[in-house]
Design a protein around this ligand. Structure first.
Ligand code: KG4
Length: 340
């Protein structure tokens, strides 16, 4: 008999539901929340209210696009965390309530594990290309920057992680500081394509081992722009493409230095990336170039799987379901990774 899993993702500002049948994606619906743009960042209270409005239509649409009725589902899978508590609460409560009403089990998923396993979502009509275990995943998003060794679908080790800001935060905060808007990653990515990445130099952190730090580069950029604007008030406007290109290159250098080190230390050459920042065109190009140079097999996620989506929650949920794991009714969402 087939396993049909309904995945539900609501960790931040995207309400998403997806249906997966034996690992094959039947539907993946995402409702994004534009309400936060006016505030230059996600407003938690507004996010949870928008999830409440979106969750029923998004789940209905996912079932309808999949051609699956609720009674055919084998299990519901939900993101337990990390993320915004109010947002997570909506998906968690909905998945559990639907599970009870249908008399089917519910499984919980760590959002980051979803990103780690995004390459395992099989899509009808598309070639199946999946990394072999163990592989390294550079997990880069608005809340995390980690190098993870994935030993099997449910077994992974964090080899290194940021000790302060996430790289996505560095993109977002610096974009805000430069007056370029939110979210910063896509804007900086677009402007960087037009600029010279070698024009300006920003200080890189010296952190031991495989950990990252991205808070210093913010300060470095802030002082640099402040000093240049003091000399020429139009400096920013005249040079924004070069600033973005140089800033982005520095972030990519920092990420890649540690990834190369991790690959050398572990001897692993199967490399994937995941999370919102994996949409960055400079990072994707660099991953491929580095892979070519070092004999890595690099797996880049499709753009639709780089941001928060329920397809990755459904696939991770399926593995938990196959392993016989079940979430009890008293499972509550958690905001931090450390609470898992
Ligand atoms: O995984 P994600 O959707 O969710 C959170 O972690 O909340 O990641 C969002 C992050 C944001 O910081 C955003 O600026 C960044 O991903 N991002 C990008 C790009 N697209 C999104 N960063 C760099 N380049 C991009 N093209």
């Amino acid at each position: 008999m087939s396993d049909i899993i309904l995945g539900i993702e609501s960790s931040c500002d995207d309400t998403s539901a997806a249906v997966i049948k034996d690992g094959w994606l039947l539907s993946n619906v995402i409702a994004s929340q534009d309400v936060h743009k006016a505030y230059g960042g996600v407003v938690p209270e507004l996010a949870s209210r928008a999830h409440e409005l979106n969750i029923v239509p998004v789940v209905s649409e996912a079932l309808s696009r999949a051609g699956v009725s609720a009674s055919e589902l084998s299990a519901t899978a939900f993101t337990r965390g990390p993320g915004l508590l109010g947002s997570l609460l909506v998906g968690t409560s909905f998945a559990k309530a639907l599970g009870i009403s249908l008399g089917i089990p519910t499984v919980m998923v760590n959002h980051l594990q979803g990103h780690l396993l995004a390459d395992f979502v099989k899509q009808p009509g598309k070639e199946v290309v999946q990394p072999s275990f163990p592989y390294l995943c550079l997990l880069v998003s608005g809340g995390n920057s980690q190098i993870v060794k994935v030993n099997s679908p449910l077994e992974y080790e964090i080899l290194g992680q940021t000790i302060d800001d996430a790289v996505g935060e560095a993109f977002d905060k610096c974009s805000k500081m430069l007056g370029l808007g939110y979210p910063g990653g896509p804007v900086i990515d677009r402007l960087a394509k037009l600029g010279d990445p070698e024009r300006f130099k920003f200080a890189k952190p010296h952190i031991p081992g495989l950990d990252y730090s991205f808070s210093g580069i913010k300060t470095s950029l802030l002082y640099f722009v402040r000093d240049e604007i003091a000399k020429d008030p139009d400096f920013m406007e005249k040079n924004k493409e070069d600033i973005c290109a140089s800033f982005q290159k520095t972030l990519i250098d920092i990420l890649m230095d540690k990834l190369v080190k991790a690959a050398k230390q572990t001897g692993i050459r199967e490399i994937t990336i995941g999370g919102g920042v994996s949409a960055n065109s400079g990072l994707r190009a660099r991953m491929l170039a580095e892979g070519e140079k070092r004999g890595w097999k690099v797996y880049l996620p499709e753009f639709k799987f780089t941001t928060d989506n329920a397809a990755m929650i459904a696939i991770a949920g399926w593995y938990h379901y196959l392993a016989g794991e079940r979430a009890s009714l008293d499972v509550a969402p958690v905001s931090r990774m450390a609470d898992f």
